[in-house]
Write a protein that binds this ligand. Structure first.
Ligand SMILES: CC(C)(COP(=O)(O)OP(=O)(O)OC[C@H]1O[C@@H](n2cnc3c(N)ncnc32)[C@H](O)[C@@H]1OP(=O)(O)O)[C@@H](O)C(=O)NCCC(=O)NCCS
Length: 324
């Protein structure tokens, strides 16, 4: 008989079991994708910006962990209506009601916390889609994941002239003198297409950008940023993360161009400059993965110019919660 238990403080042994379930689940649903390392999973379980985490584990009669559920409760003012669910059942233990029981526990907790919406990410075409539909979730966003083969990519746009604009870049946290301008530019991400998702908004301040960089540093991740500046203002920026222990694949984080500076090719410029810099500083990195909303045509065009190719899809699902 499977039992579901809340986990208050994950022990090292439980974190290893969590990794085991997650890696088996992802390998089953995304064959060919590199599964996360134990170190990456442990880091994800402990650190998060402006959020708290709750967790549950499903254990079989023999004591083996068969499923895991994590709930991220956002704490900042623009997102404190929202909870994000991560739910995985080991492929050998699916279709036995474990996912439903883990979801019920997480849902109850989210409702108890007064949350309005529960969001979850699933592999496009995977069992998570059917499961979510069976539990009353609604599909609110489709994200196309693209991959860039760094060796084949075209970074010539990095050499373009953009009169009045200069490029800058840094590793880790933003230099102090750019922090306020960076926070202002980050707020431009709030108009990123998020479909029908009840995503809320994030208010970036200099303090928050430093805390975000610290979360990544604490995980052992490397955060690279390239930005375009004009008259002391940040017109746009792009971020790439190389996760701890990663040798091959880098992840694209934000790319944003502030509305007043759009339509001038700055998005392509900063991304091409990032690519060029990455080639020089991290020659072992062979690919960059990005995900963008399927209706984000401008960013798609920029990515195609650089050489990004369609790779896979994820779907974001949302459940309306009943709060007391
Ligand atoms: C989605 C997932 C958590 C489901 O776990 P599970 O323990 O198999 O789920 P349950 O047994 O509780 O399934 C409940 C219902 O969901 C539906 N369902 C789940 N998997 C299904 C599948 N592969 N095909 C068709 N229906 C499916 C069925 O209606 C099922 O009821 P039934 O078995 O009585 O027909 C599991 O497949 C998984 O870990 N997937 C990868 C991670 C993921 O997508 N997570 C996001 C979920 S929010």
């Amino acid at each position: 008989m499977t039992s579901i238990s809340p986990i208050s403080q994950l022990t090292a042994e439980q974190a290893d079991a969590w990794h085991g379930v997650l890696a088996a689940s992802l390998t089953s649903d995304l064959p060919g994708e590199p599964p996360p390392s134990p170190q990456q999973v442990h880091a994800q379980l402990t650190a998060g910006l402006d959020s708290r985490r709750l967790a549950w584990m499903a254990t079989g009669a023999d004591g083996a962990v068969t499923g895991v559920a994590g709930l991220r409760l956002f704490t900042s003012a623009g997102q404190d209506h929202l909870a994000e669910l991560e739910l995985h059942v080991h492929p050998e233990h699916r279709r036995a009601g474990t996912g439903s029981r883990l979801l019920a526990a997480a849902r109850l907790a989210a409702e108890g916390e007064g949350r309005r919406s529960l969001i979850a990410s699933t592999a496009g075409g995977g069992p998570g889609e059917v499961f979510c539909a069976a539990h009353g979730f609604r599909r609110v966003l489709t994200l196309n994941h693209l991959l860039l083969d760094v060796a084949q990519a075209d970074d010539t746009a990095a050499s373009a002239e953009h009169p009045g604009y200069t490029l800058t870049g840094w590793t880790g946290t933003v230099p102090g003198e750019l922090a306020a301008a960076f926070a202002t530019a980050k707020n431009a991400m709030n108009d990123m297409p998020t479909g029908d998702m009840d995503y809320g908004h994030q208010d970036w301040t200099a303090d928050r950008v430093h805390r975000m960089a610290q979360v990544l540093a604490d995980r052992g991740d490397t955060l690279l940023t390239v930005a375009a500046l004009r008259d002391g203002e940040m017109a746009g920026y792009t971020e790439v993360v190389i996760r701890a222990g990663e040798t091959r694949r880098a992840l694209q984080y934000d790319t944003a161009v502030v509305p007043a500076h759009r339509g001038r090719g700055l998005g392509l410029w900063i991304k091409a400059a990032m690519l060029r810099g990455l080639r020089a500083s991290h020659p072992g990195i062979g690919e960059i993965e990005t995900d963008i909303a399927e209706d984000n045509t401008h960013m798609l065009a920029v990515n195609q110019r650089l050489g990004f190719r369609a790779h896979r899809r994820t779907c974001e699902y949302q459940l309306a919660l009943t709060t007391a």
